[in-house]
Design a protein around this ligand. Sequence first.
Ligand SMILES: *Cc1c(COP(=O)(O)O)cnc(C)c1O
Length: 832
Amino acid sequence: MSPQTTAEQSMAEPLAEPQTARRGVDAATLRADILEKLTYNVGKNLVAANPHDWFVATALAVRDRILDNWLPQTRAAYAAHRKQVYYLSLEFLIGRLLADNVSNLEMTEAVTEALTSLGAEYDAVRGQEPDAALGNGGLGRLAACFMESMATLAIPAFGYGIRYDHGLFRQAIVGGVQQEYPEDWLAFGNPWEFARPEIAYTIGFGGHVAAAENADDLGPRVWTPAETVDAVAYDTPVVGWRAAQVNTLRLWSARSPEILRLESFNAGDHVGALADRVRLEAVSKVLYPSDETPSGQELRLRQEFFFASASLQDLVKRHLRVYDGDIRSLPDRVAIQLNDTHPAISIAELMRIMVDLNGVPWEEAWDLTRRTFSYTNHTLLPEALETWPVPLMERLLPRQMQIIYMINAIHLDEADKAHPHDTRLLTSISLIEESHGRKVRMGHLAVVGSHHVNGVSALHTNLLRKTLFSDFDMLFPGKIVNKTNGITFRRWLQQCNPRLTALLVEAVGPEVLDRPDVLEKLRPLASDASFQTRFMAVKRANKVSLARVIQDRIGVRVDPSALFDVQIKRIHEYKRQLLNVLETIALYDAIRADPMQNWSPRVKIFAGKAAASYHQAKLIIRLANDVAKLVNNDPVVRGRLKVAFLPNYNVTLAERIIPAADLSEQISTAGMEASGTGNMKLALNGALTIGTMDGANVEIFDRVGADNIFIFGLTTEDVAERRQHGYDAGAVIAASPKLSQVLEQIEGGVFSPDDRDRYRPITQAMRGGDYFLVTADFDSYWNTQRQVAEVWRQPEVWAKSAILNTANVGWFSADRAIAEYAKDIWNVPVNR
Ligand SMILES: *Cc1c(COP(=O)(O)O)cnc(C)c1O
């Protein structure tokens, strides 16, 4: 690069490879580089280095190798005018990155050797990395898996989100009770990210809107915000498998344009001088700890607009630079995916950017906008569909609100022309809900402003078409499509389960690392006794490792030969951890009543966080812990039943538990889990599912076959029927002696001798309407769990099913999901 090269040129043209390329991936070169980083970046020598210093030095050495791909590939994608995908998500649950990057760069052996030669241990070094928990659960993890698959399929892509100073809270369990502590993942710095203080956009809030003289309704306006905050970019490279491509995760951090009010400060008001800054920068301080209910908070709306506006300003600027100022080519060169409704305000904001700032006439702007956006719906739960009070929108985002009114007027007008005099239809599809105080329906805005809308499993998409968005499906046939979720096999098989990966490579060949469908070659081996033995030996080794984690974290000793029965996910009534706890109690009762029967030993493993304000979910956590206390200390059931609630569920803990699971609990009330991805991770690692016909369980059932999955309970139709015609929980409880006994024990204080009434809210909910139909499914679940025990007693039958699970779930790779998005929604080529 000559010193005269301008920044503009460097973005537009691929340049010669830099002289300083750090491609050496042999252990000796890495060792030298790690030492250099330790000395000159961390500022320590060999004697003083602690494990965290080794982590930083290793991450920096690895990062150099990523950069060698990242910068030229990004430039080359612009130069070749390749269509860019922008994935907008309020959450990216990325977890740790060191092992992910090292493995995708195929440097695991070299890094291990380099560190060993320096007297450090790779596993210990990896363990120093904080878990980046910029998400709540499945939705955020999906965004992380998708970023990795887009890089793997060499699709040029940016992820856009918020760089929260504090991600999801850290959970501790104290006396059985969940305690929340702020997560401080940035306290020791973040070696993966690049601060880009020069890439900053002004984000406005409030103020007023003025029209130019004789401008018509659809003409441009001038918005003068009352206050502004800057969005500053922080970039993290995202490495694809075998470094196919390196993409960018660009997260925005808020920076007040005013550092402090010097006048106030000098006048002695030191706190007041900083108050505005603190208030404005709050926008990127914390992740909202809820994935199922919108907080009605202004701060949440500010977060959504903040990241949507920054991302759009950034991508439009890039587009105009690369395409000589031609905004009209945007839909041909750019695809924007909205991960749920959180970024839906982008649709109004892009209209503002086009109409007000770039002089595009309204009709044309609307056409360009709709051809650019697509939207993924993640839930049917009415309480989880975002709506914003009109007065709040008018105050905080006055111009965007005008635009939404205008979009709505035209939208309703068109519908009225096509279906005259149908007021029901107009009420149903209006972007404004008029019934309980006027609110903007963000899901509706996302549907109207997108060319495609997708659900995340076959069942969920069918329900979307038939229920929530049935009128839209009639108005816009073909717009609603299905894209069943997937998971990245690099993280959820190769990195988290190296033992199984080695066995699979040996059994079906190394192509399995690139093509998950090769897993099907395992099918004939499922009945092969020696392969079964090896497969189950891997499982056992993983269980021994997990048993150590359980012992270390909560002091509970579990037997690795017991059945590991696992339910790990956010704690929510619809996911029905309660059903599992009730069955645990019933099993405890049954063992106590007849301890000498031939019981299959079982360990019930739970992990998950409850939103801090979700009292019922927190009470379920407490019940699980109270049950654990009684069961684990009862000598009568010793060796037969143990209960372990592992605190602080996150990606890193999931990576420890999943390879060791025998049974995967996917027991949501049918119709309520949009897809699930935990179900896929567990099946891939050879766990058998016990589940309802819900979300992607249905498709797992289709692929693994009825003999290799345990299905129970009400179907979606049954659930709808019960809810419509009134469900009599009392009669169902009375008809089930087991369930009656369990409820009476809870109510009698067996698990809370110090406070008999502790679980009243739980038992009352069940004896009342039992909205989540726990009581309705109890007997069916109990009976199916006995079938599970029966199969567990036949180790060859179990092993065969476990192998067939791994063999048959290759389709759930995020690569398959992303290839479908690329072809059917984004119209971008897949280079693999
Ligand atoms: C996969 C994953 C989830 C989603 O799990 P579900 O069982 O699909 O709800 C949530 N949290 C973490 C940390 C995950 O890895």
